[in-house]
Design a protein around this ligand. Sequence first.
Ligand SMILES: NC(=O)C1=CN([C@@H]2O[C@H](COP(=O)(O)OP(=O)(O)OC[C@H]3O[C@@H](n4cnc5c(N)ncnc54)[C@H](O)[C@@H]3O)[C@@H](O)[C@H]2O)[C@H](O)CC1
Ligand SMILES: [K+]
Length: 505
Amino acid sequence: MSYNYRSNVVNSEQMRRIEGAIFASGMPVAALMEKAALLTAQQLKKSYSLANFPKIGVIVGPGHNGGDALVIARELHLAGYQVSLFCPIAKLKDLTAQQANYVKHLGLIFQKTLESLEDCQLIIDGLFGFGLERTLSADIAELVDKINSWQKPVISIDIASGIHTDTGEVLGTAIKATHTFCLGLWKRAFFQDLALPYLGKVELIDIGISPLDLETILQDSPPILRVNPDLIRPYLPLPRPLLTHKYQQGHLLIICGSRRYAGGAILAGLGARGSGVGMLSIAVPAALKSLLISHLPEALIIDCPETATGAIAELPLELNNYHVLACGPGLTTENPAIIAQVLDSDKPIILDADALNILAQFGIEKLSSRQNKTILTPHWGEFKRLFPHLSDSQDRINITQKASQQSGAIVLLKGARTIIASPEGKMYIIPESTSALARGGSGDVLTGLIGGFLTQMQDNAPEATALAAYLHAQAGILAAKERTELGVDGVTLANYLFAALKDLN
Ligand SMILES: NC(=O)C1=CN([C@@H]2O[C@H](COP(=O)(O)OP(=O)(O)OC[C@H]3O[C@@H](n4cnc5c(N)ncnc54)[C@H](O)[C@@H]3O)[C@@H](O)[C@H]2O)[C@H](O)CC1
Ligand SMILES: [K+]
């Protein structure tokens, strides 16, 4: 796969090793700080004009994050901003102390109290970066809480101080930034749901890390990649071959629905429609047949015998006649036998919703006898039932990876930042989404969409999953832009998939 290093997501240890490799090859530490901070200052000046933000307060920490803050303070001062500094920890690292001396020479003032910064229009947080290693002490926590209580725009350098760079955990308390400039490479915390409320708008400052240095450090661990159009465009099943027919484009079977939850079946079908899959069959309880036909005239609707309460009683089908099976939306947990039948098939399967709840009853060991790929798409509640031993941790990147390794399945953990891990070690993160998707029905659309793409790109199952999750999020974003976050019901979401696809192509 070809990807730009801007797609890589690293942990603090990898970032430190990359930095170490750069320094060891001759780049002076001070030069890299100067470069990162100058680029950040340039962006800052663009987004926060002197006219609107004439007075800026800068919080300076003891390490190189504080050093960055001092270089930025210097540049803003030279550009005409009125800059006040506050440095709560006396002992500074050498380079930071040198930067402090120089700004003093330029006439910048280190204030004695934090309160002296209260009349600033903007606060820059250079307290801690990826070197934060323990919970904030009571006095520092008090300062952070005070800054948050001012409700001013706060710009964090590299990461909001108080947030753990890898897990995204809040170490006691943390700066609630309105905007964070991440330096060099994306850190894991930027994709941990826990940290999102503290990071505000996020932006990467490209400091020009060489792919050489990156590859040397990252070669031992499979990359975690932030999905973007360039990354997944090569996998898109477009353009279609000139000479093809519907079965060559793949045949997906969705097993879904119950009398109680008929809508989930329709939405999964509409999601599959959005993938352009060649042939779509949908197995539902008999009572739902005419309803499904009216919504999805292009699909083959298979009416299954049903239980007294209207769930599928049995699947009178040869499952191996289909290329891919997607199973779960609206199913109810009444009939575990059909999930056992799906697990026994030797085709790729996607399990969602009640199929996951039934799998949790069986236990994930049940997946070990499968001959083909399995994709699990849990939200947090389903994840906890499937992997109870992993759910004490809030480090979603880490536990998705472990869940995939332990189950042998591709695991897609839904959230504000959806994480995808494959058992061979691939990891994809969906970098943006909208809370419009936190709504009943949007998951059903995703199941159908993954099914549809997997049918067309079976050799690239992790990428099919990532492509579907990315388009799903983008469709939500596009729909919310036009209709607000309250206006994105499942049918609307499915109708925006083509627009997201068009943008990608
Ligand atoms: N990698 C890059 O591309 C660049 C990064 N830069 C900046 O450097 C920081 C990392 O700097 P470092 O000095 O290693 O760490 P910090 O500034 O985050 O702070 C560490 C400092 O603070 C002490 N400390 C840690 N935890 C606590 C605590 N809870 N309470 C009090 N003190 C604490 C620790 O002992 C250290 O002294 C990175 O984020 C970037 O901003 C470079 O400038 C350029 C390129
Ligand atoms: K910071």
